[in-house]
Design a protein around this ligand. Structure first.
Ligand code: ADP
Ligand code: MG
Length: 406
């Protein structure tokens, strides 16, 4: 669990005197889902990146925005930042602020960016997908260093607003070593909301679910340390049930996580609460007729696809009395009409607890919350994905440490 130092807010970019009339480089999270024609499917992260970009466009002398889109291994036009820049261009259309996509960092383009800082015209430069630059993720320190030096030529200060992009790349890590560096508002919102779950008086109730225990194991461990209780649903629950010796039929589980599951159950026996009944099907298909089990045992030749009504009651009774709740991971295959009830009931139960501080995160968890129309009932919805889980699991977070512990 990451513990924020008391002086963290000193590093929020709002110290305007540090920014005013300076050339600013912003690292934003621009990694949005796109379709085959590169049409953006969900603009949420761009909307979150917007406030800082807009504010800097107004007060800074020049603005360069860096981000990545997808995971291209090389220059791949399908992953060009063009549609992202179009989004911002459209937003700023009625203003005096212009946008420009910079495809490469040759001398000419570097000079263009530098010269623009002295013009009255307000222009936001978006550097093309940073993953197009092979140095960004290179393992060669010389290449990384020289690329970081080049990026540092584009500004006087650096603001990292890309909490979700938590890998130690040149633009998220090395660059921060070279310039006075700050944390952006979206980044700050993520880390302060997640920290409230971990630190501050009341022990939180944790609701965890989703597909794979292995992806969430470290986070589960870390949360078990601080939690009052951890309610586990979704497919990850079956690995834990199997480790307990309870039959799980043909339900999805991870054989190589049985041993560690036994350790977890021994160590945190009283904190972990597992499903006591299930919704099952005999074919893994959304058209299959569902049945409900009597207890935690799953019959041979059936798959569990959701938590059952008794489990819903058990979980919601715990949620009702909590003062702090963190939720990550659906309770079942909520994408199917036949198995969305568990996730919906849990989402509604969390949403209707009016006294608790409520944070939710995870790609599919957010989709579920949106599907049930409950976005506004949460205090914070983390869009950090793996970064949020890592922040909760580890005491170190390199892209933050490089700024606040410099
Ligand atoms: P998040 O993105 O919110 O962290 P995950 O990626 O861990 O969540 O898992 C989400 C997926 O887990 C969902 O698409 C859901 O269909 C699947 N899932 C949940 N419960 C089950 C289950 N019982 N059997 C199979 N898949 C499940
Ligand atoms: Mg997911």
């Amino acid at each position: 669990m990451y513990k924020l130092p008391n002086n963290t807010s000193d590093y929020l970019y709002t110290q305007i005197r540090e920014i005013f009339n300076k050339r600013v480089i912003i690292r934003s999270c621009l990694n949005v889902p796109i379709d085959k024609e590169s049409v953006i499917l969900n603009k949420k992260r761009l909307q979150e990146a917007l406030p800082l970009i807009q504010e800097m466009a107004e007060i800074a002398r020049s603005v360069v925005v860096i981000g990545h889109l997808g995971r291209p291994m090389h220059k791949d036009p399908r992953y060009s930042l063009k549609p992202v820049v179009d989004f911002f261009e459209k937003y700023f259309r009625e203003t005096e602020i212009y946008t420009e996509l910079i495809p490469t960092l040759d001398q000419q383009n570097i000079k263009k960016i530098q010269d623009n800082a002295d013009l009255p015209e307000k222009k936001i430069f978006f550097l093309e997908n940073i993953r197009f630059f092979e140095e960004e993720e290179s393992s060669n320190p010389e290449k990384k260093n020289s690329f970081a030096d080049t990026l540092a030529l584009l500004g006087d200060v650096f603001i990292n607003d890309a909490f979700a992009d938590y890998r130690q790349s040149v633009s998220t890590y090395e660059l921060a070593k070279r310039l006075p560096s700050y944390i952006g508002p979206r980044y700050m919102a993520e880390i302060s909301s997640l920290s409230k779950i971990g630190f501050s008086e009341d022990a939180p109730s944790i609701v965890m679910g989703g597909a794979k225990l292995s992806e969430k194991l470290d986070t589960l461990y870390s949360l078990l340390e601080i939690a009052d209780k951890v309610l586990v649903g979704g497919a990850m629950a079956y690995t834990l049930l199997k480790a307990k010796g309870i039959p799980i039929g043909k339900s999805i589980y991870e054989e190589d996580k049985i041993r560690v599951s036994k350790d977890i159950l021994n160590k945190y026996n009283s904190k972990i609460i597992l499903p006591i009944d299930h919704v099952i099907v005999s074919e893994l298909s959304q058209n299959s007729v569902t049945q409900t089990t009597e207890n935690s045992e799953i019959p041979k030749d059936t798959f569990a696809i959701d938590i059952g009504p008794k489990t819903i009651n058990l979980f919601t009774s715990k949620i009702k009395n909590s003062k702090k709740i963190f939720w990550n991971g659906p309770m079942g295959i909520f994408e199917w009409e036949t198995s969305h009830f568990g996730t919906k009931a849990i989402a509604e139960s969390i949403a209707s607890n009016k006294v608790a501080y409520k944070v939710a995160g995870g790609g599919e968890t957010i989709s579920a919350i949106e599907k049930f129309g409950l976005e506004t009932s949460f205090n914070f919805i983390s869009t950090g994905g793996g970064a949020s889980l890592s922040f909760l699991a580890n005491s170190e977070f390199p892209t933050l440490d490089v700024i606040i512990k410099k």
